[in-house]
Design a protein around this ligand. Structure first.
Ligand code: ASP
Ligand code: MG
Length: 320
């Protein structure tokens, strides 16, 4: 079996966590599987690099920002390979371009144009664990490009599709997908499975569990994504095509701090849901500044200081 295991920044934030990630790779390797690990930058590395660049200039050249930010993932890839080797497992790290990821669409938010993972195949055939730097590729001009914040998820799904992997596991710091971010909403319900469309709407509306483009790709190529905690190894959620009757009426609610909106997603969500939410919020003293409806999702815009209370109120109203 070929397994893609992606580790987010929070799962690599310290050497102990890096070791834990290596052990997860080794567990799967011991079961006889081929492993391609995809890594994000450790902890807050990307934010720290961005801040450094902005201390020099308010608008750093996008080409140089990409050259800078891509180094975070390269550090993690090399460190994870070193960790694996120290545990007795041969491993090879690869940058995005060494892994054959080519992009189009400019800097900072590039799209994947082509995947040529031949070197990864050879590494696997030679018995190595291949460790790939997520979030990066080479554009048509031969320059380094990055895939947008959170883009390592997309690297993992693209590799799963291109290499026809049997599993695509995304390790993070939550136990799986919930009806709301469990760090904000205490009693958010865990969802063992969620349909691609619901996950995509949540990701586009600001949920940061998965990069929205990774969900688009997964849907297009039929890649099932398993999202699970690297710390507890607990349960996990699967993102896949769910039969209509298994899709819940309401799947989740998320907030977007950039445009100050809260979005409710689900099969049963329609214009009537929006009116009901606006009424409920008015009764609770929250003024809705705008609203929008699309198939399966409604959003309300509120003042920034009302964002969290609105999220909590809508979650309580819909999910109890
Ligand atoms: N390191 C990048 C970020 O922080 C990409 C990723 O984590 O997926 O956005
Ligand atoms: Mg992420």
């Amino acid at each position: 079996m070929l397994i893609i295991q992606k580790f987010g920044g929070s799962s690599l934030a310290s050497l102990e966590k890096l070791r834990r990630a290596a052990e997860l790779c080794l567990d799967a390797r011991r079961e006889g599987h081929d492993i391609v690990a995809v890594v994000s930058a450790m902890g807050d590395t990307t934010d720290d690099l961005l801040e450094l660049a902005h201390r020099i200039s308010p608008s750093p050249p996008p080409r140089e920002l990409d050259a800078l930010l891509s180094t975070g993932e390269q550090q993690s890839a090399a460190l994870l390979a070193i960790m694996l080797e120290s545990l007795g497992q041969s491993a090879r790290s690869f940058t995005g371009w060494q892994a054959g990821l080519f992009t189009c669409g400019g800097h900072g938010d590039a799209r994947i144009a082509l995947m040529l993972p031949a070197r990864l195949r050879s590494a696997l055939n030679a018995g190595h664990i291949a460790v790939v730097s997520g979030f990066q590729g080479l554009d048509g001009a031969g320059d380094i490009s990055t895939l947008g914040r959170g883009g390592s998820d997309t690297t993992a799904v693209a590799l799963a599709a291109a290499m026809e992997a049997d599993r695509c596991m995304i390790y993070t710091d939550v136990d799986g997908i919930c009806t709301a971010d469990p760090r904000l909403v205490e009693n958010a319900d865990f969802l063992p499975a969620i349909d691609y469309t619901d996950m995509l709407r949540l990701a586009r509306a600001g949920s940061q569990v998965l990069h929205s483009r990774s969900v688009e790709l997964a849907m297009e190529y039929g890649v099932e994504i398993r999202l699970l905690s690297s710390l507890t190894g607990a349960g996990g959620s699967v993102v896949k095509a769910l039969p209509e009757e298994e899709r819940p009426a309401f799947a989740g609610v998320t907030r977007n701090i950039h445009d100050s909106t809260v979005t409710l997603v689900g099969r049963a969500v329609d214009a009537g849901t929006l009116s009901a939410l606006v009424l409920m919020l008015a009764k609770e003293g929250v003024m809705v500044l705008g609203g929008s409806v699309e198939e399966g999702a409604v959003s309300v815009k509120v003042a920034p200081e009302q964002l969290l209370p609105t999220l909590l109120l809508i979650h309580a109203h819909i999910f109890g």
